[in-house]
Design a protein around this ligand. Sequence first.
Ligand SMILES: C[S@@+](CC[C@H](N)C(=O)[O-])C[C@H]1O[C@@H](n2cnc3c(N)ncnc32)[C@H](O)[C@@H]1O
Length: 380
Amino acid sequence: MDFYNSVRDIFVTCPLEMAEYLEVELKDLDYPILEKRKAGIMTEGTMEDCMVLNMNLRCGHRVLYNIADYRAHNAQEMYNKINKMPWYDIIDPDGYVSVASSVINTTIRDTRFANMRCKDAIVDCINSEIGRRPDSGPDETKAVIFLFWRDRELSVYIDTSGEPLSRRGYRKEPWKAPMQETLAAAVVKATGFEDGTHMLNPMCGSGTIAIEAAMIAANIPPGLVRHNFGFMHILGYDKNVWMKVRNTAKSNIKKIIKTKILASDIDKRAIECAIKNARTAGVEKFIEFKAHDFRKTPDIPGDKILIMNPEYGKRMGDVKALESTYKEMGDFFKQKMTGTKCYIFTGNLELGKKVGLKTSKKLVFHNSKIECRLLEYGIY
Ligand SMILES: C[S@@+](CC[C@H](N)C(=O)[O-])C[C@H]1O[C@@H](n2cnc3c(N)ncnc32)[C@H](O)[C@@H]1O
């Protein structure tokens, strides 16, 4: 459909403080940076480009394809404008549509109201043209429409991702306090890791950091394991175009990597779960998993990075108990990891201070609502 072949604005969302990593990824993929915001970047392209971005971006959350811009003062004006769009060409009358939004408009107190009126405008339009209407609700696994509304400026997007891209599809086995996949990828990128640098990941839990590192080293696109994206539920979706995008991304995968990745955890059950996740992600052969205490991590020759994501404790009692663990991590770095760039990712800045070593960098990240730090220690 021609509509999808025209170059339109594409807004890629990301968690707060992650836009700089997303920017590098977009530039590496040859996409222009039209505007950088706190939680996303505006670029441009066609629906095929949206597929490319969904397949390849490690640090983005949603790829939003702009289909209309309006001025709307209130919900009624928004309804009137959106109702006039040709939704019968976009959403299957026998399908399912969900609406999400980011709204700052003095006439709207609850974004759920904006979502509902937008959904009404869409289904009323389809009903009056076709005589049937799609189902609707909060499920993000089918067609998703996204509204970005600031004062009177209203932009309508197709959310071509649907579920956020952090849900890669490889984490079949849950473990306690797993890191979001997009966050783990950004943390790995922030360390400067690339194929050829070894990666030590004690306290690996369900293996997210090690798995993302292996995928980066082997050039495995993050969208490969996932089989459902929002664009697949939009009328005019061309499976052949998606297969072409998928095959191009697959053709760049390396069979062999230079990097050694060692992942370990004190809990055997965590290791079992990490191995299963790595297998699903197609990187089991690139990671050596072991169940042992972080102090048993071997120091291997060559350029290397160590990343640890210890628990950061929610209750006071837990925090107290973790103080000695953080101090022991510092001792371990000093005594056993000379020549290694060591990192601790934590959401508790006070616990971070218990490490007892001078940081060479403190990078800010957000894990949902928790402000976190990636603490870097250059151990020479
Ligand atoms: C916050 S979780 C890591 C989550 C991980 N980043 C993920 O994405 O699943 C912390 C992990 O540290 C492990 N752990 C705690 N004390 C340890 C120790 N002394 N040595 C090694 N691992 C330890 C726990 O078993 C837990 O799996």
